[in-house]
Design a protein around this ligand. Structure first.
Ligand SMILES: *Cc1c(COP(=O)(O)O)cnc(C)c1O
Length: 354
C-alpha cells in the first residue's frame, strides 16, 4: 500500500503522562483512506489530525452506517513498541462491515495502516506504568443522499490517543446493575458487530445504572431477559464453584479479543471454561449461596475490571467482599505482563512495530 504523508507545520505539545485519562488527547496525525465503487480503496494518507468536512446529507449522519475498532500500542521496558493481536481486530472489523453492508477493509491493509501510523507517532506512545497508545480505527459511509440503501462510498480512518488507566479508581471493584427493561442485542441483529449504533441504543442503560449508583450495566439477552450477556462495553466472566462461565459467541455478544485471550490463559492454567448461557436466576442463586467467587469484565480499554457488587431488581449481591478476586488479579497481571512485554509471550500474540 502506498501511503502519502502530509506533514503538519507545528507538532502539538504532549500531555502529562501521569494525567492522561481515557480518550482525551489525540496525536498529531491520522490515517485516512477512501473507497468508491470505481476505484475501490484508494488514496491512503497520513495527514494532520483534524476535522473531516462532511455534507449535511452524508449517510452516516442519518442511517449510522459506521463501524469501529479499539486496540493499543504498548511501550516495553526496552523502549520498543508492540501491538497485541491486531489481526483479530482487523478480522472483526471485516465481519462488522459485512453485517452493516459496508465496504470491507482488508486485514493486511488494516494491520499495515495501524503499524504505519503508530510508527509515525512513536513519540506519542507513553512509558509510564499502565499507560498505552489507544488506537481507534473506524469506517463510515460518506455518500451524500437521503435515500436508504447500501452506500457506495466510505472513509476508513485511524486516530490515536495516549491513555492511562480506564477507570480513575484503578483496579478497584465496581458495582454493576442488571438491566431488565432495555436490551442491547437480539439474535439476527448487530450485537456481534462493533458499530456505533449498538452504543447509541445502549447509553440509556448506562445512564440508568449511574443513577442507581452503579458504574456499569449488565445486559441480559434480548429475547427472554433471562441470560447474562455483556457488561457495558466489555465481555463478562463469572467464577462459580471454581469454574468459569461466560456468554457464548452466538450473534448477540461482541467477540472480544480480551475475552478470547483470557479464555486461552484460563484453559492453559487448567480451568474449566464454560461458554454457555447462564441465567440471571442461577447467577443470583450462586451468589446467595456463596458459590459466586469472582466476577470480572474484559475489554481492551480496561483490560480486566473486577466486579464487587451486582444489583438486580430489589436485590444487591456482594462478590468476594467487594475485593478483587485472586484469579482476577492473576489474570490481569498475566495479560498486562504480556502486553507490556514484561512476561514471555508464549502465545505469539504480540507484534513489534518499532
Ligand atoms: C469492544 C467491545 C468489547 C471488548 O472487546 P475487546 O476486543 O476485548 O476490546 C466487548 N463488548 C463490546 C460491546 C465491545 O464493543
Amino acid at each position: 500500500m502506498d501511503i502519502k504523508f502530509i506533514k503538519r507545520d507545528q507538532l502539538k505539545e504532549k500531555p502529562d503522562e501521569t494525567k492522561l485519562g481515557f480518550g482525551k488527547y489525540f496525536t498529531d496525525y491520522m490515517f485516512v483512506m477512501d473507497y468508491d465503487e470505481a476505484q475501490g480503496w484508494h488514496d491512503a494518507v497520513i495527514m494532520p489530525y483534524g476535522p473531516i468536512p462532511m455534507d449535511p446529507s452524508t449517510v452516516v449522519l442519518h442511517y449510522a452506517q459506521e463501524t469501529f475498532e479499539g486496540l493499543k500500542a504498548y511501550r516495553r521496558a526496552d523502549g520498543k513498541i508492540q501491538l497485541f493481536r491486531p489481526e483479530m481486530n482487523a478480522r472483526r472489523m471485516m465481519r462488522s462491515n459485512e453485517r452493516l453492508c459496508m465496504a470491507v477493509f482488508p486485514e493486511e491493509m488494516f494491520v499495515e495502516a495501524v503499524k504505519a501510523l503508530v510508527k509515525v507517532e512513536s513519540d506519542w506512545v507513553p512509558s509510564q506504568p499502565d499507560t498505552s497508545l489507544y488506537i481507534r480505527p473506524f469506517e463510515f459511509a460518506t455518500e451524500s443522499t437521503l435515500g436508504v440503501h447500501q452506500a457506495k462510498a466510505y472513509k476508513f480512518v485511524i486516530i490515536l490517543s495516549p491513555v492511562g488507566a480506564y477507570y480513575e479508581e484503578g483496579l478497584d471493584p465496581v458495582k454493576i446493575m442488571v438491566e431488565d427493561e432495555y436490551v442491547r442485542a437480539v439474535k439476527g441483529g448487530t450485537g456481534f458487530a462493533k458499530c456505533g449504533g449498538n452504543y447509541a441504543g445502549s447509553i440509556i442503560g448506562q445512564v440508568k445504572a449511574e443513577k442507581a449508583g452503579c458504574a456499569q450495566v449488565l445486559w441480559l439477552d434480548g429475547e427472554q431477559r433471562k441470560y447474562v450477556e455483556e457488561v457495558g462495553s466489555m465481555n463478562i466472566m463469572f467464577k462459580i464453584d471454581g469454574e468459569i462461565y461466560t456468554a457464548p459467541i452466538e450473534g448477540t455478544v461482541l467477540p472480544g479479543v480480551t475475552r478470547d485471550s483470557i479464555i486461552h490463559i484460563l484453559k492453559d492454567w487448567g480451568y474449566k471454561v464454560n461458554e454457555t448461557r447462564l441465567s440471571i436466576d442461577e447467577l443470583m442463586q450462586a451468589g446467595r449461596e456463596g458459590r459466586l467467587e469472582e466476577v470480572f469484565g474484559t475489554g481492551t480499554a480496561a483490560v480486566i475490571s473486577p466486579v464487587g457488587g451486582l444489583v438486580y431488581k430489589e436485590e444487591e449481591l456482594t462478590v468476594n467482599d467487594f475485593k478483587i478476586g485472586e484469579l482476577t488479579q492473576k489474570l490481569y497481571d498475566c495479560l498486562t505482563g504480556i502486553q507490556w512485554g514484561k512476561l514471555e509471550d508464549k502465545y505469539g500474540w504480540t507484534t513489534v512495530v518499532e
